[in-house]
Each structure stands twice: as structure tokens, then as C-alpha cells.
Design a protein around this ligand. Structure first.
Ligand SMILES: N[C@@H](CCC(=O)N[C@@H](CS)C(=O)NCC(=O)O)C(=O)O
Length: 202
């Protein structure tokens, strides 16, 4: 398998954590890719028309894209059980969707600052993205702690990657102060070997 990936993409990190947790890491070759909506750079446009990474090439079919699809595929290859049976499945997938939404907003904030000339930046739009993140963190702290503390699943992996990305790109927002339970959970989750092995750099 070939994974089109960058070292700093939090969506790639979800896939990397799943690769470690499922024992499949050795079976994947990496192809370095990167770009933005205004400069697709080395993003694999021929494999993913959306021009986003991660993308996974595999022998038995067309390339897979979107971290959610790739993670589920890898789990099924390894039969790893990161997707519990219903009804818990719906909680795991909703938690993953919440974490991915946090990441989408956090990545858009980075793009707004990096790719738009300073005089054209729209602060209310940036703060609107942060509001989505703040509301989601609040909801997770209020409603999802028991799911986070259960057996390892894809929702936990996605949330671990989302919180780590907030530290990586938005450290000034100090999310821990208002979310002590989530902060406590993240302190433990970040010590998993799969999280340590996939820490972003760059
Ligand atoms: N929903 C997608 C999001 C992937 C994504 O946004 N990746 C970013 C890197 S962190 C990207 O490739 N951005 C390039 C672009 O938007 O043009 C997933 O889960 O894989």
C-alpha cells in the first residue's frame, strides 16, 4: 500500500495512528505530498479529485481517500475492532465526526492565515471557525467522556489527533483551561505508543 501523506496533516495522523494500532505500519510506503486550496503543490489530484490527503493506494482496487474511509478500510484489513458493533458504533462514528469537524475548522483557520494576504483576512470568519471548535470541545466534555474512556475505538483516535493538532497549530487558544476532564483524558491518550510514534513535526 502507498499512503500519500504529509508529516503535519492531522487527517494523515489519524491514519498513521490506526496503522500503528492495527500493526499494519510496515505494509505502507509513504509518498510525501502537500499543498493548499490555492496551490495544490504535490497533492495527488489524479487519485483524489478533491485534492486532499490522506490518499491510500492499494492493490485490490482504486485509491481510497478521506481519512474516515481509509481508517475503516485498514481496520477491516487487520480485523482490529476499532469500530464496535451497534449501538456503540453510532457513538464512535459521531465522536469521530465531531473530531474531524474540529480539525476541518482548525485547518481552515491555518489556511486563512497562511494563504490569504493579511489585508484581506476576515477576523469574524476565523473566530467563527474557532466557535465551532469551542462548542464541540464543550459538547465532548459534557457528553462524551464515558465513550472516550471505554475500549479503544476510532472516535478516541480521531479526538486524540484533534486535540494534539490544537496544541500544534493553535496553542495560544489554551483549550485545556475550560475543559479539565478532556485535558485529563488527553494527557493519558497522548502517551499511547501510537500517538508518540506519530507526533507531528515541521
Ligand atoms: N475530510 C478529509 C480532510 C482532508 C484534508 O483536509 N486534508 C488537508 C491536509 S490537513 C488537505 O489535503 N488540504 C489540501 C486542500 O484542502 O487543498 C479527510 O478526512 O481525509
Amino acid at each position: 500500500m502507498r499512503l500519500h501523506a504529509s508529516a503535519t496533516s492531522p487527517f494523515v495522523r489519524k491514519v498513521d495512528v490506526v496503522l500503528h494500532e492495527t500493526g499494519l505500519a510496515d505494509q505502507v510506503e509513504r509518498v510525501v505530498a502537500g499543498g493548499t486550496p490555492v496551490d495544490p503543490g504535490t497533492l495527488p489530484l489524479a487519485l483524489n479529485p478533491l485534492g486532499k490527503i490522506p490518499v491510500l493506494e492499494r492493490e485490490e482496487g482504486p485509491a481510497l481517500y478521506d481519512s474516515r474511509v481509509i481508517c475503516r478500510y485498514l481496520d477491516s484489513v487487520a480485523n482490529a475492532g476499532l469500530y464496535p458493533p451497534p449501538p456503540r458504533l453510532w457513538d464512535a462514528l459521531t465522536l469521530e465526526a465531531t473530531a474531524d469537524g474540529i480539525l476541518e475548522a482548525a485547518v481552515l483557520m491555518v489556511y486563512e492565515i497562511r494563504t490569504r494576504p493579511e489585508e484581506k483576512r476576515h477576523e469574524p470568519w476565523i473566530e467563527g471557525q474557532w466557535s465551532k471548535i469551542a462548542r464541540s470541545l464543550q459538547a465532548v466534555e459534557a457528553r462524551w467522556m464515558s465513550q472516550l474512556c471505554g475500549p479503544l475505538d476510532i472516535g478516541q483516535i480521531a479526538m486524540g489527533c484533534a486535540l494534539a493538532y490544537l496544541d500544534f497549530r493553535h496553542a495560544g487558544r489554551t483549550w485545556r483551561a475550560a475543559h479539565p476532564a478532556l485535558a485529563g483524558w488527553e494527557a493519558g491518550f497522548s502517551q499511547r505508543p501510537s500517538m508518540i510514534a506519530t507526533a507531528p513535526f515541521g
